[in-house]
Design a protein around this ligand. Sequence first.
Ligand SMILES: Cc1ncc(COP(=O)(O)O)c(C=O)c1O
Length: 372
Amino acid sequence: MGRPMRIPPFRLEQFFARYEFNVAHLLCASDVEGVPLAELLALADPETRTRYDGLKLGYTEAWGDPLLRAEIARDYAKIDREHVLVCGAQEAIFLTMNTLLGPGDHAIVAFPAYQSLYEVARAAGADVTLLRLEAGAGWQIDPQALKRALRPTTKLIVVNYPHNPSGALITQETQREVVAVAREAGVHLFFDEVYRFLEHDRNERLPPAADLYDKAISYSAFSKAYGLAGLRLGWLATEDRALLERILAMKDYTSICQSAPSEALALIALRARDKLVARSLEIIRTNLELCDAFFAEHEDVFAWKRPKASSVALVRYKRPERADAFVERLVQATGVLLLPASAFELDTNDLRIGFGRRGMAAGLEKLGAYLV
Ligand SMILES: Cc1ncc(COP(=O)(O)O)c(C=O)c1O
């Protein structure tokens, strides 16, 4: 008999469930300010607008709308439409882990990480090694340490760059070394690229992992770079078509197919990707400047270092008080919400700040007033 799946609560999501929709100043979200529907529709070309207006709300294709898959594939060099599977944002993680891993298998997950990246692997029955990234090393993965963590039973390596919660990025050289470790061992590499395109310097963008190795799986979603978290859509891209077929077979037990309106809107978004990514980066750059000024003024309380990418960063809380206690006091007194690093099972006295949303200036002002 198999065992029932047991999975601990998702700390980050439970934290947000308590606060996200009832605080005045959300300064720790990881997504980018949601695009208003009317604004997105105004970006539609005649073909995508006609498709949206004539949309029938029936089932959709399990693989995803062929036009959407083709549009996704344009961001890869080696991936064509047949090697893209559209699915739910979280669902992509859930399905991949449950397809690739089971009891007796080993997985290595770079840590700290978005919790589902290791928790779902564990719940699938795998033995999971958390490969620790260190603040002192700029949250860079060490390919040699990765190599040492390999076992004969290792089936999967899981990495996320640009990195949540730190906003760190690795160099192309380090990425190639990580790929080489996976290739030598013949194991799949799950590369979480949901913050891709949010590099603060365009020249530091990494190529998608799926272009570098035939057993790499590039995972992404519409929530961050495109400001479309509400679509709840993501995708998997890999040259390993047989793996996608296995994942698809499992998807028949989760969603079967995507929401039709979400797919139609995602197609509009990708055809206007340059405008949407520029919008996201504009919000992020404006907020980063506010952060630089704010933390320079309050360096007695916080240690801030500008991250290289994404819409999140970790800020050290320098007072002897625990970051958790500060977060609680702060939100009760001011409605400003920061995220304690404990939500990522980190024991450092860090706070995650999110700077993808509008309204940062007002939140920082409240925070500053509370500090004095
Ligand atoms: C690294 C990482 N992967 C995956 C996700 C999941 O994205 P979504 O919010 O669209 O489910 C997130 C969301 O915060 C994330 O930070």
